[in-house]
Design a protein around this ligand. Structure first.
Ligand SMILES: Cc1ncc(COP(=O)(O)O)c(C=O)c1O
Ligand SMILES: N[C@@H](CCCC[NH3+])C(=O)O
Length: 446
């Protein structure tokens, strides 16, 4: 099935080549993130074809690997950044300030300091503020550049309550106050360029009514705002385009989302901006992991693996479903000779939530098998942690037949380094104090 843009709208885990993936874990170690850059390009082109008139930004938070940023920037995407660190990555990937939006959510002082310094060099970057305090704090630092206002539209959608943002008090200025805030900012000399909202992440076709209502509200707001500040350059409706995680789930009907958006914003004299993350990278990535334990528990077989919630947090945090495939069974035995049974795939972390699936029907696993966890390209590595003093895994990219290490595996020394450095510098300070005291004593003795 091909869709607009000429590539299949979904790449299922079953379509990855087991014989190609399986040796990567031996060569680069396990667990291992694998990302196919060509699939990232396909996803970009499909979305661009569905929204031909939109300015497309990539939400860097979904996967901030430099290769992903440069690939998408070269395809034509701008970069939406959630922190000063992400802006640094965007600039390092070659994007100019004009292609960078920084979305400030309760921004730490260090972020604002850094951004305002960067603005001196990149005067056409855009800052999206979600509160009057952020606007004041920008003004305090002398910023009067491009400003977009994030509004809270009071309607939300998304795959889990924890990723619905459109009505969560934390995000944005309530839509009913937005025009006043924008007028005030324009009056204070900011270059007011847009309005923004993000309804939530992982919006599915079933939630199309909520999304339609959301874009309709944005259309009304953008018209009022443009009237109040003498015109807007863009209206940014955020990201959130969902992708299927279950094998039998249908892809989002992009055309219908695009049509609804066109209808809602048709009469607004401002460009449409969208900023998806997940859509570009989710099905371009898999996580490889190795079975180290197979044990019969009371109601299920436990397949113990070397990846855990520190490697891929989504199942533990959102009860998210990720497809799982036994590559060893598929590559060596063509998937046929193994019995199947209900299996709980669990990681090495000391939390009972450290499971990727519970009693799922899978081929019987054996110690040493390589498993692939699908749809791991979005919010996978980005949400990894070092809990239990576990180093984060390596990432490799596939690109047109090439395989390349894109980020090395962390070592335990990487995890403990900040602590060792702090100890070293405080003992150096103590030594310096001691040296100073000794020098004074020596002087006194002289
Ligand atoms: C402001 C903003 N823009 C864009 C995104 C990207 O969302 P998604 O990856 O669901 O497209 C997010 C994350 O939910 C976000 O918070
Ligand atoms: N981290 C979430 C998406 C939230 C995106 C940020 N607002 C997920 O994995 O589904």
């Amino acid at each position: 099935m091909t869709d607009v843009g000429g590539s299949p709208p979904v790449r299922r885990l079953s379509e990855w080549d087991a014989a190609e993936l399986q040796p990567l874990a031996a060569e680069y170690g396990s667990p291992l993130y694998v990302l196919d850059l060509e699939r990232v390009r396909q996803n970009y082109r499909r979305l661009e074809a569905a929204f031909p008139d939109a300015d497309v930004l990539y939400a860097v938070k979904a996967n901030a690997l430099g290769d992903v940023l440069s690939t998408l920037y070269e395809e034509g995407a701008g970069l939406e950044c959630a922190s000063a660190g992400e802006v640094q990555r965007a600039l390092a990937a070659g994007a100019p300030g004009s292609e960078i939006h920084y979305t400030a959510v309760n921004p730490p002082a260090g972020d604002l300091d850094w951004i305002v310094d960067a603005w001196a060099e990149h005067p056409d970057l855009t800052v999206t503020a979600g509160s009057v305090d952020t606007i004041d704090r920008l003004a305090d630092r002398g910023y009067d550049g491009r400003l977009c206002l994030r509004v809270n539209p009071g309607i939300d959608a998304g795959h889990h309550e924890k990723v619905r943002t459109g009505a969560a008090a934390k995000f944005g200025v309530p839509a009913e106050r937005a025009v006043d805030v924008l007028e005030d900012a324009a009056g204070r000399g900011f270059d007011v360029v847009g309005v923004h909202a993000h309804v939530g992440s992982g919006v599915s076709s079933e939630q199309r009514d909520a999304h339609r209502e959301f874009v309709a509200r944005m259309g009304d707001l953008a018209r009022d705002a443009a009237g109040a500040v003498g015109g807007l350059e863009f209206v940014d409706i955020g990201g959130g385009f969902g992708v299927p995680y279950r094998e039998d789930e249908d892809p989002l009907n992009l055309e219908s989302v695009a049509d609804a958006t066109r209808d809602a914003l048709g009469k607004v004299d401002a460009a449409l901006t969208i900023e998806p993350g997940r859509y570009f990278v989710a099905d371009a990535g898999v996580l490889l992991t190795t079975v180290n334990t197979v044990k019969a528990a009371r109601e299920t077989t436990v397949t113990g693996v070397d990846a855990g919630l520190t490697t891929l947090l989504r199942p533990a945090m959102y009860d998210a479903y990720h497809p799982i495939r036994n590559l060893t069974a598929d590559a060596n035995e063509r998937g046929s000779s193994r019995e199947r049974s209900p299996q709980t795939v669990a990681g090495p972390i000391c939390e009972s939530g450290d499971v990727f699936c519970t009693a799922r029907d899978l081929p019987d696993s054996e110690r040493g098998d390589r498993l692939a966890i699908g749809n791991a390209g979005a919010y996978g590595y980005e949400m990894a942690s070092q809990y239990n003093t576990r180093p984060r895994p390596a990432s490799v990219v596939l690109d047109d037949g090439d395989v390349r290490l894109a980020r090395r595996r962390e070592t335990i020394a990487d995890v403990t380094r900040p602590e060792r450095e702090a100890l070293r510098s405080s003992s150096a300070d103590r030594k310096t104090d001691h040296d100073r005291a000794t020098d004074t004593d020596n002087e006194r003795d002289r």
